[in-house]
Design a binder for this molecule. Structure first.
Ligand code: AP5
Length: 211
């Protein structure tokens, strides 16, 4: 199954993607994580992407489409992929349609005020990219990743001003693609809930898989 997760920054795409990955046994393709890895590795793509990301803006389509095309060549993508953070523009959605058959698009809907509150509590693993929240989804040991034991940190683009810019960019550039997928009959919507377990339940029902 090729599944696209849509939603504002901090809506919970990465958190749900991890749960779905275990249930469906297909990889997550997170363009945000691929870009952060490229920045950490000091590649040319990483250098180009960093300025856009630090400002809360989208990285140009041609860079992202090339990045995704490369990742999709890996054998582990043969049985399907969970797309997290891609596509984010109409040209990206059209490029994805040329590269793979999208089966379902799940939009996680969360109000902007809730996003602003959530992002201030997010902690991320710089090594395996797992996402936590200090009160709503804490790691077993404070400040330490449950999965790989690395020290958790606050993401560079989670500063309140940058989150505001990312939300504005989301509403202007990404939300319109809901209409594109709606017209194809592939769009499902889930209301993000205050409690993580409640959102997981709704996602599970929407996809018809046990999470
Ligand atoms: P990216 O890394 O994709 O960031 P994003 O979409 O802004 O999404 P986030 O990772 O911030 O949030 P999320 O929805 O995964 O939420 P999470 O599960 O962590 O992109 C970063 C940047 O890269 C972009 O700004 C752009 O510059 C560039 N980029 C990436 N892809 C691109 C593309 N395709 N085109 C162009 N540019 C691109 O959850 C957030 C927090 O909430 C966590 O703390 C979590 O524990 C908590 N939480 C989650 N669900 C719940 C719940 N139900 N209740 C309570 N807390 C919850």
């Amino acid at each position: 199954m090729n599944l696209v997760l849509l939603g504002a920054p901090g809506a919970g795409k990465g958190t749900q993607a991890e749960k779905i990955q275990h249930a469906l046994n297909i990889p997550i393709l997170s363009t945000g994580n691929l870009l952060r890895q490229a920045i950490a590795a000091g590649t040319e793509l990483g250098r180009k992407a960093q300025t856009y990301m630090d400002g809360g803006n989208l990285v140009p389509d041609e860079l992202i489409i090339g990045l995704v095309a490369e990742r999709l060549k890996s054998p582990d993508c043969a049985n399907g992929v969970i797309f997290d953070g891609f596509p984010r523009t109409l040209p990206q959605a059209q490029a994805l349609d040329r590269a793979a058959k999208v089966d379902v698009v799940l939009s996680i809907e969360v109000a902007d005020e809730t996003i602003m509150q959530r992002m201030s509590g997010r902690r991320t693993c710089p090594q395996c990219q797992a996402s936590y929240h200090v009160t709503d989804n804490p790691p077993q040991k404070e400040g330490v990743c449950d999965k790989c034991g690395a020290q958790l940190s606050i993401r560079h683009d989670d500063e309140p001003d940058t989150v505001r810019s990312r939300l504005e960019v989301y509403h202007r550039q990404t939300e319109p693609i809901k209409e594109y997928y709606g017209a194809q009959g592939k769009l499902k919507k889930v209301q993000g809930q205050p409690k993580l377990a409640d959102t997981v339940k709704l996602v599970s029902e929407a996809l018809g898989v046990s999470l």
